[in-house]
Design a protein around this ligand. Structure first.
Ligand code: MIC
Ligand code: SF4
Length: 643
């Protein structure tokens, strides 16, 4: 039987398990990446494992999230990551170099390789034919130490692309169309493979926009073939030698096939507050707007920015609109500066930001109260922008630029003929902000620099057999990790300080949550479907662990978060009968009377609602390996046991 692209890469990297969908597989990982907001924790975890030098082909530490340095914390964390990278053979990308995913695509990504990153948008690498997964920091630490990365073998979905994008319609509109079809849960358990004649018409950065936002589908990852377009991109980056052809077999079998005719697409927008609340821009045209932000790992390539510059050239932004521009990398900025496009952007009145995540993660540029903000980013969860009542729409760079000039939602097709912009034959290559590893013999002389903001990470103990706790919180469907552990300029600097972070846990849903956990000595969280979607931040598990949360009981989970819960030693439990969700009220006294034995035996879990005198059956969302892990008290304890 023929194979899909993903199946071929998985087969070549399979260390344990069989490729039976839904079963646990362990993969050899060629490359890892971290960013600074999850990186400090990942490297503290790596240090706890006691491995002197990373065992991957290449590991890269990027600084891109916490670049607003309003106190010593972020700069101290950057120093820590830089020194830990030097000590352990990790490439270090300095602040100012750009956003991890854009940079990895430009400088390190290669077709056919496996990559995991402590960031949910790591599947951006699928644009260049890598099998790239977002993972928790602990998983990345283990992979750096040479350990396998475990996932459930996904099913295969093919998105068959035909036709060609019309003028002013962009890659962002393709992925918004997929989100419209599948929803934010539609990709769970799947690898999404793009192909068909339409795929060949898309450049690597355009493909990367699409695979990047596959994270918003909940997909395990997304991938494009590696073809002549990929080859040309790698050659233009001076890396032609890293190219290899990669395609699915003619007779490959997919579990699901979705067809999209690129020619039929129009400019789209994801409306507040979910990436799948998609509407045509034409239906929103005329709505007054307050802000446009262009950038993020989704849409900040040279091609994107050149298209924006062409729209802005010779114009002035509307007096009621603030427009920010943040290129994805120094390479992009440099090229725009050299060819004059940056001058057009500046002249139009844009506010130029450093190349970093910036407003995407709420690091500045929060909109005005109830402000309407058009962003080329990938997430528009409530409050993520830093303004609780802001209305954030996700759009293409073309739509954002056109709207910034008009002052209202504008369909870029109303602008007439677009300028012709082509991919450069040679990108400007200057890796002077990437510090490569030093000689192995020198590594041990390096001293790791730890600032006072770095506090020890919480580690669970072995699982007890009886757990009795209150339902300290009950929430609905699609709770994101931004709800559980918010980010933003005020909180992000404390990603290496779990005790401090804990006061903000679930604050978006319930301001008293942290206090209540402390008063009750911990508890359990009750949730609806797709619990933990969005960011890969393991802080959304580590902080609840610190607050004494022993179990989450949900209708269903997002993949990375369920794994993070197991990694930290919190039980991810699921209702056998969804209707039982209604049989638990906030502050009910709950008991898991025999949980350790049930987990060990792989049996269903018994829950007693002591307040309501009801018995409820649950399943543990755990593979056999994860069962061992939670019995031991999480991945770090388990890895020590394995040694
Ligand atoms: C995000 O986009 O939410 C982040 C910030 O990049 C996160 C990682 C984090 O929370 O540090 C992600 O996507 O995983
Ligand atoms: Fe950074 Fe935003 Fe991309 Fe996350 S989604 S990596 S915050 S640019």
């Amino acid at each position: 039987m023929g194979k899909t692209i993903a199946q071929k890469i998985i087969e070549a990297h399979l260390v344990s398990g069989t490729m039976e969908p839904g079963t646990d597989i362990g993969l050899h990982i060629d490359q890892t990446l971290t960013q600074d907001a999850t990186g400090t924790m990942a490297y503290l975890e790596f240090e706890a494992m006691g491995v002197p030098r990373v065992k991957t082909e290449r590991s890269v530490a990027y600084i891109d999230h916490n670049t607003l340095q309003s106190g010593f914390e972020n700069a101290d964390d950057h120093r820590y990551i830089q020194s830990v990278a030097k000590k352990h053979g990790i490439y270090f990308s300095r602040p100012g170099n750009g956003i991890c995913h854009q940079l990895h695509l430009e400088r390190f990504g290669a077709p056919g390789k496996t990559l995991i990153g402590s960031d949910s948008h790591t599947p951006t690498g699928g644009g260049i034919g890598m099998l790239a997964f977002g993972a928790g920091g602990m998983d990345v630490a283990v992979a750096m130490g040479g350990g396998e990365y475990h996932i459930n073998m996904p099913t295969m979905t093919k998105v068959q692309l035909t036709g060609k994008l019309s003028p002013w319609v962009s890659a962002k509109d393709v992925i918004l169309a997929v989100l419209d079809k599948l929803s934010v849960k539609g990709g769970v358990g799947k690898i999404i493979e793009y192909g068909g004649p339409g795929a060949a018409t898309l450049t690597v950065p355009e493909r990367a926009t699409i695979t990047n936002m596959g994270a918003e589908l909940g997909a395990t990852t997304s991938i494009f073939p590696s073809d002549n377009v990929t080859k040309a991109f790698l050659a233009a980056q001076g890396r032609a030698d890293q190219w290899e052809a990669l395609s699915s077999d003619e007779d490959a079998v997919y579990d699901e096939i979705i067809e999209i005719d690129l020619s039929s697409l129009e400019p789209l927008a994801a409306c507040p507050h979910s990436p799948d609340a998609v509407k045509p821009v034409s239906q929103l045209a005329g709505m007054k707007i307050d802000q446009c932000c262009i950038g993020s790992c989704t849409n900040s390539s040279y091609l994107d920015m050149m298209r924006v510059a062409a729209v802005l050239k010779g114009k002035t932004i509307h007096p009621d609109v603030s427009l920010t521009i943040g290129c994805g990398s120094k390479q992009v900025y440099n090229m725009l500066a050299a060819n004059g496009a940056l001058a057009d952007i500046i002249a139009a009145g844009a506010r130029i930001l450093e190349c970093a995540c910036g407003p995407c993660i709420g690091m500045g540029q929060s909109p005005n109260s109830a402000g309407v903000s058009l962003r080329t980013f990938n997430r528009n969860f409530e409050g993520r922008s830093g303004t609780a009542d802001a209305q954030v729409y996700l759009v293409s760079p073309e739509t954002a630029a056109a709207s910034a000039i008009a002052g209202c939602f504008t369909d870029p097709r109303s602008l007439g003929e677009p300028a012709e912009i082509t991919m450069p034959e040679h990108f400007l290559i200057n890796d002077n902000l990437i510090i490569p590893p030093i000689e192995e013999t020198l590594m041990e002389t390096i001293e790791v620099r730890r600032g006072p903001n770095i506090k020890p990470l919480p580690i669970a103990g072995p699982l007890e057999n009886r757990i009795t706790q209150k339902a300290v919180l009950k929430v609905g469907d699609n709770i994101t990790t931004d709800h559980i552990m918010p980010a933003g300029a005020k909180i992000l600097p404390y990603r290496s300080n779990i005790p401090y972070l804990s006061q903000f846990c679930f604050a978006v849903c319930d301001k008293e949550f942290s206090q209540r956990c402390k008063a009750e000595g911990g508890g359990m969280v009750i949730a609806g479907h797709n619990y933990g979607q969005g960011s890969s931040r393991e802080h959304a598990a580590l902080v609840p662990l610190y607050l004494g949360i022993k179990a989450v009981i949900a209708k269903s989970y997002a993949r990375i978060h369920a794994a993070n819960l197991a990694n930290t030693g919190i039980l991810p439990l699921q209702f056998q009968d969804e209707a039982d969700y209604d049989r638990i009220d906030p502050m009910d006294e709950l008991s898991l009377p025999n949980v350790q034995k049930e987990i060990a035996a792989g049996q269903p879990i018994t829950l007693q609602n002591l307040t309501k005198h009801a018995q409820i059956k649950l399943d543990a969302v755990l593979t056999p390996r994860q069962r061992e892990m939670v019995l031991a008290g999480g991945l770090l304890n388990y890895t020590k046991l394995e040694k």
